[in-house]
Ligand binder design. Structure first.
Ligand SMILES: [Zn+2]
Length: 413
């Protein structure tokens, strides 16, 4: 026993010795909120490929729950809502068993840290400490390398207790309003930033700004009801986005994104619109759908219980009519967008996007442009461009619904 204790102590000391400081506290920022949330002010990762300690400094002690997810290997730490006052690139690179990590809101009142690990790990310890002797409150997570078999066995025993999925969408609104419902779906959010420009501009913020502007523009006309899958910086799972539109019997679902093409893969710019298909229209569409479908993995959502087969959904007969409507709206929107913004050289494409799989709601995914392109980036952050683009999309929605609304107001889509 004694020798074992010494081994552990030595291990802990060696961890402390190799701790690397990943960033200074940006304390004091964001303290103006009405609710005084605890804040994370610094993160340190220390250790090696056998054991790694992950420490977060906090402005006060909080309760945390942890769990692990496979394929890819992840450790998820769920916290109450926390303000992350950390430098922008914190988490891009880890140390030891931690390859990288990210953090942010997953729901109102709930934040999360997701660590990507280099292999299967065991959570040896996870605890928080109150402030003491000049040290701030801390979250401490000790990870130890393990084998895949033990890792999977451990997951089976400790199923996640706190996941974003446990918080169902609010009940659908009453159906008495005959106007068609348009669901706007700003991609990503919270812990999932989406694509990131080198300048620090995030996809999640760009697409939310556009969706809010489009919502206001549509509400102005009075012709439609408008609902948003998210109206702030929280994460919504892909499945919940689809379910949100289905449960409300939406007449149209518009998912809004912005793309990013790494420099080594060439250059691309302009907007494009995607509809659902089993086989991607080209390699770039396939790559993009893969990227966008990773959102739940990034947010640390447990997908083990979810069906994951776009092909099966496509067999659904209802889908065929839905697909025709989706393509019709996509074409109409491209026609309008070309007067407002630059278009990609092949602006109309299709691939297996999970977020477009509602069999009964016409659905499109708009990539507004490329955060990797200088010209596009300038547009994407410009209020003038945003106004022009929302006007074009609003016109496309009017054109698409005109014959439907003219039909004695009975048709919902
Ligand atoms: Zn996206």
């Amino acid at each position: 026993m004694t020798s074992r204790l010494i081994v552990i102590l030595t291990a802990v000391l060696s961890l402390v010795g190799t701790v690397v400081f990943l960033g200074p506290a940006a304390a004091g920022q964001g303290g103006a909120a009405a609710v005084n949330y605890p804040a994370a002010t610094a993160v340190r990762v220390g250790g090696d490929n056998q054991q790694t300690r992950f420490v977060v400094d906090l402005t006060r002690k909080i309760d945390v729950t942890t769990f692990t997810l496979a394929d890819p290997y992840r450790v998820v730490v769920d916290l109450p809502q926390v303000e992350f006052n950390l430098p922008s690139k914190t988490g891009d690179h880890g140390r030891g068993l931690v390859k990288a990590f990210r953090y942010g809101l997953v729901m109102k009142g709930g934040s999360r840290i997701v660590l990507d690990t280099n292999g299967p790990v065991r959570i040896d310890k996870a605890f928080t400490l109150p402030p003491a002797e000049g040290h701030p409150a801390r979250l401490v997570l000790d990870l130890i390398a393990t084998d895949r078999e033990s890792f999977l066995r451990n997951i089976a025993v400790n199923r996640p207790v706190h996941t974003a999925r446990e918080h169902p969408a609010p009940p659908p609104v009453a159906d008495s309003d005959p106007r068609p419902l348009i669901v706007l779906d700003p991609g990503h959010g919270g812990i999932d930033t989406g694509a990131r420009a080198a300048s620090g501009v995030n996809e999640k913020a760009v697409v939310l700004a556009l969706a809010l502007a489009l919502r206001d523009k549509l509400a102005e006309s009075g012709k439609y009801r408008v609902a948003m899958t998210r109206g702030d910086d929280t994460y919504v799972t892909l499945g919940d986005r689809v379910q949100f539109a289905r449960s409300r019997k939406a007449a149209l679902f518009i998912s809004i994104h912005a793309d990013f093409l790494p420099h080594k893969e060439g250059q691309a710019d302009g907007a494009s619109i995607y509809t659902l298909s089993e086989h991607a229209s080209d390699a770039e569409a396939a790559r993009l759908a893969d990227d966008e479908n990773k959102a739940d993995v990034i947010a640390g959502v447990d997908l083990s219980a979810e069906p994951d087969d776009v092909a099966n959904i496509l067999v659904d007969l209802a889908q065929r009519e839905t697909k025709t409507f989706s393509v019709e709206f996509a074409r109409t929107a491209i026609g309008e967008l070309k007067t407002a913004t630059g278009l990609h050289k092949h602006p109309l494409k299709s691939a297996g996007f999970k977020v477009l799989t509602a069999p009964d709601v016409p659905s499109v995914l708009i990539e507004l442009g490329y955060l990797s392109d200088k010209g596009d980036l300038k547009h994407l952050t410009s209020p003038v461009w945003r106004a022009r683009t929302t006007a074009a999309l609003s016109q496309a929605i009017d054109t698409y619904f005109a014959p439907r609304l003219a039909g004695a107001g009975l048709s919902r889509r």
